[in-house]
Write a protein that binds this ligand. Structure first.
Ligand code: NAP
Length: 253
């Protein structure tokens, strides 16, 4: 059995296992399994991966990496693909011969694929809430699509155009036609959590995306929809990044 899986700190919100289990069943892939692996701290990586590599139930052939380890995993990898290097965050890794594990990023591709059908000339500027691994992938994807990008963050990020949440004005929101919520705030089970945001700045021309897919509509998306914006959750991105990871895991090096 070829083993795949997801590594993160707390995975109760994740739909990755059901995504891959359904895919394996649908496509008649009988020699693969997908499991969830919760790691309390990334410092446990070396010990954990050594034990898993010796697991007699089958070789570990690919892993997804999720919150909060998309950046901190990099120190444990033997190499990065060009995309992962440019983004500075990794959401998929695969064995690198005897050398260790190599990191890749399929979040950027997944995000770009999921939003392309919704982008119009009203969306030339984007405001990304957050500066973590997913925010970095979204930034990379949007810049490649030719959009101007700024971030709203709790702490400034060197080299990035950032404002703090308390500084974000209604006028600034009007200026940015695309808003991307790239923090975990509002993820199941914290359904009522919502970032502070000047909702009055939203118009029917706005496209508001929340990368969260559980719940299907976060409090943030609900507020955006109530203020007239077109809204999109992270489900299409989840599926597109998972498919891209599957292809990469199964590509011969
Ligand atoms: P991450 O690397 O841990 O980054 C988390 C980001 O959220 C950081 O910028 C952090 O800011 C910010 N943040 C956390 N709590 C906050 C709060 N209470 N107020 C304001 N900002 C807060 O996580 P990630 O990998 O980027 O993931 C972010 C979200 O995207 C998660 O919900 C994840 O599930 C989702 N995601 C979805 C997909 C998909 O396929 N749909 C793909 C990737 C990620 P500080 O630095 O100030 O702490």
């Amino acid at each position: 059995m070829r083993r795949f899986g997801l590594v993160g700190k707390s995975l109760q919100h994740s739909q990755s296992q059901s995504h891959f289990t359904d895919k394996f069943r649908r496509e008649g892939i009988a020699d693969a399994s997908y499991a969830l692996f919760e790691l309390l701290d990334i410092d446990q990586w070396n010990e954990w991966i050594s034990a898993e590599e010796k697991n007699p139930s089958g070789p570990l052939c690919g892993l997804n990496i999720t919150i909060p380890y998309k950046q901190s995993i990099i120190q444990h990898l033997s190499g990065l693909t060009e995309e992962a290097l440019s983004i500075g965050a990794v959401n998929a890794i695969r064995p690198d011969g005897q050398q260790g594990w190599v990191g890749h990023n399929t979040d950027a591709l997944g995000f770009a694929q999921s939003i392309r059908p919704f982008l119009t000339s009203k969306h030339e500027r984007a405001l990304i809430l957050g500066n973590g691994g997913a925010a970095a992938a979204v930034r990379f994807a949007l810049q490649n699509l030719g959009l101007d990008v700024a971030h709203v963050t709790r702490t400034p990020h060197e080299g990035w155009n950032t404002v703090r949440y308390e500084e974000l004005s209604m006028e600034a929101v009007r200026f940015y036609g695309l808003i991307v919520q790239a923090t975990p705030v509002g993820t199941y089970p914290n359904l009522t959590d919502v970032l502070p945001f000047p909702w009055e700045g939203l118009t029917p021309d706005h496209l508001v995306i929340d990368l969260i897919y559980n719940p299907a509509e976060t409090a943030f998306l609900g507020m955006a929809r109530a203020h007239g914006a077109t809204v999109l959750n992270g489900k299409d991105m989840l599926q597109a990044q998972a498919e891209a990871a599957w292809k990469w895991w199964n590509t011969k090096t």
